[in-house]
Design a protein around this ligand. Structure first.
Ligand code: PLP
Length: 464
């Protein structure tokens, strides 16, 4: 039998899933025990028929699949996957290209060059910025901060890649009090202890205060890295990046911007003032699997000056064949060697939507987040705790005589069990909140209205 026919079956099952995804219980209905029973069993002793394997996989996993690609998944900051990107991702798997070296996949290397230039154009970043195609914003933060570490030490006469950190000049590392945990994780991997990072006070929306940074810098000299943020994971608010850039550069430091989703404000004219001065930073980390709605995993590490980026990441070995200087070496820009060619779905996304399609997607999600906030706020027991400047909404449910935190936690649990939509929780400035993140290309006003009704129904059940 033709061994490739199994792909046909997977295509049919995938299509059936996507056509029904908007009708599913958003969170999935399985228990861990039922999934273990359906998927587990002893180690298979021998081969099985591939089509049977795929059919079993689809059926057994189905109750434990969360409808994150559906229109009413508002958890974390989760993009869906625009169909053309899924199709391109299938081709990426079929071709099974390795993005490490030009010679391994000339098409992938050329697409990386092309998409790098398109991204820099879309985000209005300095021409010629280098781009690394990584797994997500966490690794993008790592890559950019490694470039920062290289450069601030180089300026102090130290080669960190050769000489390491133990005897290196001390680097002052500063971040906002609302720094995302992945930036801290990246700093940790780079040899900066979390307790050594100076945290600057933030305002009520979580933005780093420029006067706070000014104060923190007063007595700083020598190597300096400052981590700013475009798009707080809770509120969506961005730091005053232009002012921070001036302060950091006056001290000869490096300004990195973590903009997992908030960076995309730069692509939309009416949102761009929120990230004013963005292009004056030295590096930017963002995700494509959030607001660009390509399938997991896809993050982007962008550095204004390619030299420290390549110096921090690049590795050479005699068997890793390099061509001429024009032939892109993908592994020069990421902390990996062999790597999926994850540029392929991104290429398809940009080719398919173009600049206006991408700005419309971001704009539409922001309008839908405002609609959600307005509909929920019509209920006297609901408070929206953030200014809805992007796609994030923080909701607190008033328990009346009972505790608001407990009520909000109860509403979140009921919403997740109800399955009309999915929203998670967090604490914001000491309050338990429901987080709603509208990041999916397929969400409509009707999805928002259905979801708001379900959330309010859960709230009233929790109070009764
Ligand atoms: C501001 C910020 N930075 C970094 C990340 C981490 O992104 P990822 O999980 O894609 O690595 C997130 C995720 O939500 C984020 O909001």
């Amino acid at each position: 039998m033709n061994p490739y026919l199994v792909l046909d079956r997977a295509r049919d099952l995938g299509l059936a899933y996507l056509q029904d995804v908007a009708m599913r219980h958003v969170g999935g209905t399985a228990t861990q025990a039922s999934l273990r029973a359906a998927l587990g069993g002893p180690l298979p002793e021998g081969p099985d028929e591939p089509i049977r394997v795929i059919e079993h996989l689809a059926a057994a996993a189905d109750p434990g699949i969360v409808a994150t690609v559906g229109p009413r998944y508002f958890g974390f900051v989760t993009g869906g996957a625009v169909p053309v990107t899924v199709a391109a991702d299938w081709l990426a798997s079929v071709w099974d290209q390795n993005g490490a070296l030009y010679v391994m996949s000339p098409a992938s290397a050329v697409m990386e060059d092309i998409v790098s230039a398109w991204l820099v154009d879309l985000l209005h970043l300095p021409r010629g910025s280098s781009v690394g195609f990584v797994t997500g914003c966490h690794m993008a933060n790592f890559t950019c901060l490694a470039a920062a570490r290289h450069e601030v030490l180089r300026r102090a006469g130290w080669n960190v890649e050769a000489q390491g950190l133990q005897r290196a000049p001390r680097i002052t590392v500063i971040a906002g009090g609302e720094v995302h945990i992945s930036a801290m994780g990246a700093l940790r991997l780079l040899g900066f202890g979390a307790d050594e990072v100076i945290l600057v006070p933030v305002d009520e929306q979580g933005r780093m205060r420029a006067d706070g940074l000014e104060g923190a810098l007063a007595n700083v000299s020598g190597p300096l890295i400052v981590c700013a943020q475009a798009g707080n994971v809770s509120t969506g608010a961005s730091d005053p990046i232009g002012r921070l850039a001036d302060l950091v550069h006056a001290k000869g430091g490096w300004l990195h911007v973590d903009g997992a989703f908030g960076l995309w404000a730069a692509a939309v004219p009416e949102l761009a003032p929120q990230v004013d001065g963005l292009a004056r930073a030295d590096s930017w980390a963002t995700d494509a699997h959030k607001w660009l709605n390509v399938p997991y995993d896809s993050g982007l590490a962008i550095v204004a000056d390619a030299a420290p980026h390549r110096a921090a990441m690049g590795l050479k070995a005699s068997y890793l064949q390099r061509g001429n200087a024009e032939e892109r070496i993908g592994m020069d820009w990421v902390p990996e060697s062999s790597r999926r060619s994850r540029v392929i779905p991104l290429y398809a996304l940009i080719r398919s939507l173009g600049r206006t399609g991408i700005t419309d997607l971001v704009r539409r999600n922001c309008a839908l987040a405002r609609r959600m906030a307005e509909r929920l706020a019509r209920d006297a027991g609901v408070r929206i705790l953030n200014e809805v400047v992007l796609n994030q909404v923080l909701v607190q449910f008033d328990g009346g005589a009972s505790n608001a935190g407990d009520t909000t936690g109860d509403v979140i649990a009921r919403v997740q069990a109800d399955g009309t939509c999915w929203a998670g929780g967090a604490t914001w400035q000491g309050h338990q909140v429901m987080r709603i993140s509208v990041s999916n290309w397929s969400t409509t006003e009707d999805d928002i209205d259905q979801s708001a009704d379900a959330i309010l129904r859960c709230f009233h059940e929790a109070r009764s």
